[in-house]
Design a protein around this ligand. Structure first.
Ligand SMILES: Cc1ncc(COP(=O)(O)O)c(C=O)c1O
Length: 406
């Protein structure tokens, strides 16, 4: 058989390539990435294990959420913690997001350095390093916001902003059911908001409340109940603040799992959904509004592309995606019913099966849909964006090494 590297688009079902030499050397692939010339490059050429992103599924996810938020009349400030990629963040903003939420100050710094505005750091700055960086970012970009839940943090931040000759904008974070951060009651939110309004170097932008319990609860009706309670608490706090004369412009929270619940609640101004852009296998199990078995409003766009590197045992094949490439043993093999991925060490995984549509052969490619996006994407420096088996683009995952990790 003659393989033409220009014309042949491989799939996982393509003939196994055991001993063929690569169409492109690693050096040529790196050069193509620098030159942004992906012509002729296919999944078969990539060094496995590697993170690939289904471009059509990704673009459709981004579009769908943007259209939903627009028609529901709620702003989207999409959370980047799942992808940590400015390439993706820019596309979310281009599709209509007013900005991005970030889990760490470094995420906010990278997104800002990539020209993205309207960033909300959803954790409060504690300690000198993060306080200074939050203030520095606020000085560079007055649209930057961070969450706060404590009077001492607020006072420190005010002092740091004064010393830096700037004003920092904050949202008061209310614990609406996650139990990890946030003031505990609407009354406490009011008290912290009042304190902030008295400080000269801080500006209160609004309130935040994220409920992880609502995001991942199984069953849309159950999520609706939990989410309505969570948002109710947030709106109670907003009401108290407004009653005492404090302006609350932003009321932000919500997630992918509650996107079509929170967006319908009067008073929520912003949605912080993040996972929707990529989606993982576990999120799909929570069930959707229209399909109670599978939450299929958004498709799983990323996979770990891996290759069968040994096939010596019945009903079992060794792959080159091990614990350094995957995070959970509950990852799923894409479009290959009957196969189950299992961990088999740092650099090895295995595929096992009882009855598979087709048995994996030595050299076969398989794609694994990860259980948990945040952890799995964080294993890779880049994503190869593919249209079918063709590489169409490469997106960077930021902060994978060096001082900017935290
Ligand atoms: C504070 C905050 N907001 C929003 C989100 C986005 O949630 P999801 O990825 O479920 O859309 C997260 C995710 O962990 C979060 O921590």
């Amino acid at each position: 058989m003659i393989f033409s590297r220009r014309t042949m688009f491989w799939t996982a079902a393509a003939p196994a390539l055991v001993g063929k030499t690569a169409s492109y050397t690693q050096q040529e692939i790196e050069k193509k990435i620098v030159q942004r010339d992906f012509r002729g490059l296919t999944k078969q050429d990539l060094p496995t294990p590697v993170l690939v992103l289904d471009q059509e599924v990704f673009e459709s996810n981004v579009r769908r959420m943007a259209v939903h938020c627009k028609s529901a009349g709620i702003a989207l400030r999409a959370h980047v913690k799942v992808h940590r990629s400015a390439d993706i963040g820019k596309r979310q903003v281009a599709a209509g997001a007013i900005g991005l939420c970030c889990a760490t100050i470094s995420e906010a710094e990278w997104m800002s350095a990539n020209g993205i505005r309207g960033l909300l750091w959803t954790t409060q700055p504690v300690g000198p390093n993060k306080t200074s960086r939050a203030v520095a970012l606020a000085k560079r970009d007055p649209s930057f916001l961070c969450a706060v839940d404590d009077a001492s943090v607020v006072d420190n931040l005010d002092e740091a902003a004064r010393a830096a000759g700037t004003r920092a904008s904050v949202v008061v974070d209310l614990d609406v059911g996650i139990g990890r951060q946030g003031v505990l009651s609407a009354q406490e939110a009011l008290e912290l908001a009042q304190r902030i309004t008295k400080l000269r170097n801080l500006r209160l932008a609004g309130l935040m409340g994220y409920s992880g319990a609502a995001s991942h609860a199984i069953g849309w009706e159950t999520r609706k109940k939990i989410s309505e309670e969570a948002v109710g608490k947030l709106l109670e706090a907003a009401g108290l603040c407004r009653k005492s004369g404090i302006e609350i412009k932003i009321v932000t929270g919500g997630s992918t799992g509650s996107y079509n619940i929170d967006s319908g609640i009067e008073g929520m101004t912003e949605l912080q959904a993040g996972s929707y852009a990529l989606m993982d296998a576990r999120y799909r199990t929570v069930g959707g509004k229209t399909n109670s078995a599978v939450f299929d409003d958004f498709g799983c766009a990323p996979t770990v592309l891996t290759r069968v590197i040994s096939k010596k045992h019945p009903n079992k094949a060794a792959i080159d995606a091990g614990n350094k490439a995957l995070t959970r043993e509950t990852d799923v093999v894409k479009d290959w019913p009957g196969l189950e991925p299992r961990p088999a060490g740092a650099e090895y995984g295995s595929l096992v099966w009882k009855n598979a549509d087709r048995e994996p052969k030595l050299g076969d490619l398989a794609e694994l849909i990860m259980t948990n996006l945040d952890m799995s994407v964080n294993m890779f420096d880049r994503m190869f964006v593919c249209r079918n088996d063709r590489v169409a683009d490469v997106y960077s995952v930021l902060g994978r090494r060096g001082p900017a990790q935290r």
